[in-house]
Ligand binder design. Sequence first.
Ligand code: 26V
Length: 819
Amino acid sequence: LAIAPVPSPPSSVDGFVKQFLLNLNFDRGVALSESSVTDQYFALAYTVRDYLMARWLEDQKRQRDTQAKGVCYLSAEYLLGRQLDNNLLASRLTDVASEAMAQCGIDIEALRAEEVEPGLGNGGLGRLAACFIDSLATMSVPNIGYGIRYEYGIFRQTFVDGQQVEQPDAWLTYGNPWEFPHPEAAQTIWFGGYTETYDDGGVTRSRWIPGWSVVAVPYNYMVPGYHNGRVNTLRLWSAGATSSFDLREFNSGDYQEAVRAQVFAENISKVLYPEDSTPQGKELRLQQQYFFCAASIRDFLDNVLPEGFDLERLPERVIFQLNDTHPVIAVPEFMRILVDERGMEWDAAWALTQQCFAYTCHTLLPEALEVWSVDLLGRLLPRHLEIIYRINEEFLLEVREKFGDDEMRIRNMSIISEFPQRSVRMAYLATVAGAKVNGVAELHSQLLRDKVLPDFSEFYPDKFTNVTNGVTPRRFIRLANPALADLITEALGAGWTVDLERLRGLEAHAEDPEFRARFAEVKAANKRRLSEVLWHRDRFEVSDGHLLDVMVKRLHEYKRQMLKLLHIVTLYERVASGRVAASDLTPRTFIFGAKAAPGYDMAKRIIHLINSVGSVVNADPVLEGRLKVLFPPNYNVTLAERVIPAADLSEQISLAGKEASGTGNMKFALNGALTIGTDDGANVEIRELVGDDNFFLFGQTEPEVEALWARGYRPAEFYRENDDLRRAMDLIASGAFSGGDRSVFEPIMSNLLYDDRFMVLADYASYIDAQERVDAAYQDQDAWTRSAILNVARCGFFSSDRSMRDYIDRIWHTPPAPA
Ligand code: 26V
């Protein structure tokens, strides 16, 4: 019996009100007059869901029925941000919902504020995944995002005496209206045990006798395309015990043991690891990785593909995109299923693997490249380790064939490293297995080829490619900056949201004084809005007429928050010492937002220093209020949506060659902030597009950095030779920001003086000089606004829709789907 999905409720205010009251009464079980804000938020979310449901059910069915090739995006992180507004926007219900809530006597703003954002990611990598699935839905490309439903996302950051304190992010406490659990579709995921050989009709084969298991329960989330009626799926896995109580244990009276098993299993999806640069080699993390990869691959093969599908044709149906190395364990799992479970010949299975996987690298820091010790892998996934060994063996044979018996090269290219302990290099495994390997910005892809994987790019010259990152204009312009969006639509018409290159049309308007005035008014209004948010949230005051100078991103030494801070201390010191009059300073408010990995001591100390400098600077009357340092805690997607549209100046100041791409840089430029930045990551491409006149470039280039290392870098020389730098550092070292205590920040100072891996001191002079150019430029407000408009006009390239097109053309080869 083919019964079509229940059609959507009517898209009128009346229809919406009716559906809302239905949900409030029948699902929440409360009357409007008795309902709490939480009830109302849930009922509103259910109502939005109801409008998307028919399309979602159709699209899921279509995905199964049609033969179209789809993308399985495998990512350990999705940093989604709030869902309500996004889903209202996608389904054209924003105004209807506001009006409907008003008719019910409800302030929709209060409901918006009620949503806890799903923070299932650390930073750039997780947010990129969220932008990509938005673009794929908007472009009608069949896609399933696979990941982990962490019970606790990225920690909530608070400050106590200026120091970071982490609190658990209990985002599911009140339930989650956007998810659909399917416990009936749970899968069993096995771990541990041992392998054994057996005779399979004369052929000796290996098989896995696993030791223990957990279940993986899928939770589905809607991923609506923008104004196209398409709804894709994000499927996140949650871990549970195989059966709630192990009956044998229970009957033998070992109740404690049975409960322990339950707790153990649930642990796997309990919490997102908050480290984003130094892999700790933690067993639980490997369990997480295998858990979601195994569940996802089986889900695709068993539930998405039609029954009896001929696996030889798999490359026509799917590409598994590996978001960094975190899901690379999917490769040996895929081989295991084909060879051990489906009886396929090794060579045939390997040929399929090499067509069905592709790998994106997101880093250049050697310490961020994941390796798993053979010891741990052998214990947790013994069969997978065997498979990896065989992949390596055959790969190294090929290398010998091509390069001869160059033992040095063989050792360098081996998927297995021997020191300091025998381990599997996951990036190498991904490179060997993938059809393509891509970096995330032109410079990064170049350095990936030349510096990180040089032997591999020589061996596989055609495997390497670039796809420059992008960001979704739906969330980061339309939702975050409605005033700018309206101004753009007025100037260019409505199509730009899905065709961002159209922003080029703003170039002409940049020459129109009236348009510039309106653009400046949008920026001013966004500053007032931010000011209200920060007052409400943190009791911070943002002064009128200040240049808003913003650095928001994870705290990491390579990103160089210290360089920004030295600039601030320099300005302060010049005034405090009487060498500069406060009235000669350009009034500036500096905003920082940054979380430090809980175990990263230096990063936490830098947070403490930023807060300490802020306390002194904000309180010192000598500055006459011309400098303010604000560090709102718990920077997240929700705050980003308020901060970025208000910014005048975007700080993108990593040491050249260290930031793979950056995506915040794109969001700022698209919202009309000018960038002060190094020649790093996607900054390079931003500057090329906006032009040198509209970008404040400073610092060494990557080759210059290399050359300075080669000559021998002695940071103390820069300290001695630059008076401003010496004074700023001496002031910090004197205890001026730590109540006279010289010990608190000493580790930061001695690190800068004697080590300075990220060359903060070497780039200081150039940075200060660039900031002086910023001050000068800001004096001419009208010229600044013109530059800001040109930034918006010329950055359409950075839409994640374009990134998706590049992935499709260069890697996935998925055909354009019908609208
Ligand atoms: C790495 C690791 C290393 C092992 C421990 C756990 C963990 C968790 C996350 C990560 C991801 C770090 C890589 C990352 O986020 N890269 C960023 O990716 C952005 C999107 O491509 C890019 O814009 C940033 O430049 C890059 O730093």
